[in-house]
Design a binder for this molecule. Structure first.
Ligand SMILES: NC(=O)C1=CN([C@@H]2O[C@H](COP(=O)(O)OP(=O)(O)OC[C@H]3O[C@@H](n4cnc5c(N)ncnc54)[C@H](O)[C@@H]3O)[C@@H](O)[C@H]2O)C=CC1
Ligand SMILES: C[N+](C)(C)CCCC(=O)O
Ligand code: NA
Length: 504
């Protein structure tokens, strides 16, 4: 596959089906994390643009608008979007790579997931037509009750930078499938492919205002979207602190939110694993895929002491074998982290670990051969104490910390020793033991003899400080539907609660 070279297309805000200059004409630089160079600019929306976009969405959703289409009609647009994304796969993958820093082949497989997700929600939109009015059986026959599932209305979608177009799609596809009109605010650190989705929607003739895309800063564009009185719901993926800000602001309007936040997920490895190399590779993938910037990363390795030194030796050999390079290189397996801010944050967490007494078994620095770009070596930290910051805090970078255990009880206690509750992995040949851990893990996702594989059909989300709500599958469609109960009096008899006045 030839990797195309691309310039960043020059785009405006995507509002009401067309490209619009932001009211204040502000723009933000786009930086390629592999070169630290400015490669383009994106428009920076402010509250004025949010108001224009929300009004456009409300009009689109209104009478005889997107909100009154059938699922079958909406499915046609979702399939047309999927087809266009597929057509532009190589270009979108390159744009994703130069904006986000993930290896090109990872970006390309993210694009495949985007296509599958739009097609999946087209099917669910179609299926909705036969499910959006169902009778509820009552204990009496003088009433008939039905439940209607109807679009919630205008929804605000706020997304992170680690899977730019995929996280956008996880929200846009079900929202449109449900018949909602959406205002999307992608991360200012990686907005390019989300703007390209706007161009694709324009090309397929998506009704104006069904999807509006506002790029810009969180506090300048995201915050006014959360607080806008005519936005019915917010779906957010990102950091814990920002999730708290969003939930606080939404609470003033009793506005529902779904929060997909961070994690510090465990991977528990027993000494009965049948093949150490398979277990080592899953451990690597669980923490170093996507340059380690995964909300569900299994960034805490909890390894049985009987196998620990052998496992760590092998883990080191595999880690040294990871190719760190410009993410546009064909077989790159680790690119730069997203930004200078993230680069410094990750290095700071590593140096704090050292100061608190942990051992940097491998990595911890910029790779020698890469003088430019926000590159950090895959890092393995041992001699970790549960009181240390590196054990407690989400790094969102290629950093794995390690603790050993003797008994199952100790392993479960260490695994659940986190304020988060997103994912958890268990590697063991003993499937009864895996079942015990599945039940004991305080998480929304469990991986057995693997880590990270994620498909669009099952529910995705966590508990505790990882947030609430579920994305993907049927669960995500429910996020964008209003459940309306309709009860009809079908008897000809008077209700006879009050005494009838004497006959005239
Ligand atoms: N768990 C996850 O999926 C992610 C975790 N992170 C962690 O969070 C840290 C901060 O990264 P950021 O990209 O700044 O994440 P963030 O959570 O601040 O940003 C996520 C999205 O929220 C928007 N946003 C920020 N402040 C907002 C506000 N007050 N109101 C409405 N929207 C707002 C941003 O513009 C972006 O679109 C990272 O260093 C990383 O450790 C970052 C991205 C994803
Ligand atoms: C795509 N997947 C499942 C690896 C992660 C998506 C959630 C996140 O990291 O923000
Ligand atoms: Na960027």
């Amino acid at each position: 596959m030839a990797i195309p070279n691309m310039q960043i297309p020059s785009r405006q805000l995507f509002i009401d089906g067309e490209w619009r200059e932001p009211v204040k004409k502000n723009r933000l630089p786009v930086i390629n994390p592999a070169t630290e160079e400015i490669i383009g600019y994106i428009p920076a929306a402010t509250a004025e643009d949010v108001d224009i976009a929300v009004k456009a969405a409300r009009r689109a959703h209104g009478r005889n608008g997107w909100g009154s289409t059938t699922g079958a009609q909406r499915a046609k647009f979702l399939r047309a979007i999927a087809a266009k994304v597929l057509e532009k796969r190589p270009e979108l993958a390159t744009l994703e790579t130069i904006d986000n820093g993930k290896p090109w082949f990872e970006a390309a497989s993210d694009i495949d997931d985007v296509v599958a997700c739009f097609e999946y929600y087209a099917d669910l939109a179609e299926a909705l037509d036969s499910k959006n009015k169902t009778e509820v059986k009552l204990h009496l026959d003088s009433f008939k009750t039905h439940v209607y599932k109807e679009p919630l209305g205008v929804v605000g979608l706020i997304t992170p930078w680690n899977y730019p177009l995929l996280m956008t799609t996880w929200k846009v596809a079900p929202a449109l499938a449900a018949g909602c009109a959406a205002v999307l605010k992608p991360s200012e650190l990686a907005s390019i492919t989300s703007l390209e989705l706007g161009e694709i929607c324009r090309e397929v003739g998506l009704p104006p205002g069904a999807l509006n895309i506002l790029t810009g800063l969180g506090h300048e564009a995201g915050s006014p979207l959360v607080s806008h009185p005519d936005v019915d719901k917010i779906a957010f993926t990102g950091s814990g602190p920002t999730g708290i800000k969003i939930m606080t602001a939404a609470a003033q309007l009793v506005k529902p939110v779904t929060l997909e936040l961070g994690g510090k997920s465990p991977i528990v490895v027993f000494d009965d694993i049948p093949n150490i190399d398979i277990a080592v590779e899953w451990t690597l993938f669980g923490c170093f895929w996507t340059n380690g910037q995964i909300c569900s990363a299994t960034s805490r390795l909890i390894i049985q002491d009987t196998i620990a030194s052998q496992f760590l030796d092998r883990l080191l050999e595999w880690t040294k074998n990871i190719k760190i390079s410009d993410p546009l290189e064909e077989d790159c397996k680790l690119g730069p982290v997203i930004s200078r801010g993230q680069y410094e944050k990750v290095l700071k967490l590593i140096s704090t670990a050292k100061n608190e007494g942990a051992t940097i078994l491998y990595g911890g620095e910029r790779p020698q051969h890469l003088k430019k770009g926000y590159y950090i070596q895959p890092t393995i930290i041992t001699d970790v104490d549960t009181s240390m910051e590196i054990w407690k805090e989400e790094v969102f970078g290629p950093v794995l910390c390690v603790k050993t255990f003797k008994t199952e009880e100790e392993a479960i206690e260490l695994a659940n020793d986190t304020k988060y509750g997103l994912g958890a992995a268990i590697l063991s040949k003993d499937l009864d033991r895996c079942e015990r851990f599945t039940k004991a893990f305080q998480s929304g996702i469990v991986w057995i003899n693997c880590s990270q594989p994620c498909f669009w059909q099952p529910p995705w989300g966590g508990k505790k400080r990882s947030g609430f709500g579920r994305e993907l599958g049927e669960w995500s469609l429910e996020n964008y539907l209003n459940i309306k109960q309709v009860t009809q009096y079908v008897s000809d008899e008077p209700w006879a609660f009050y005494k009838s006045p004497s006959k005239l």
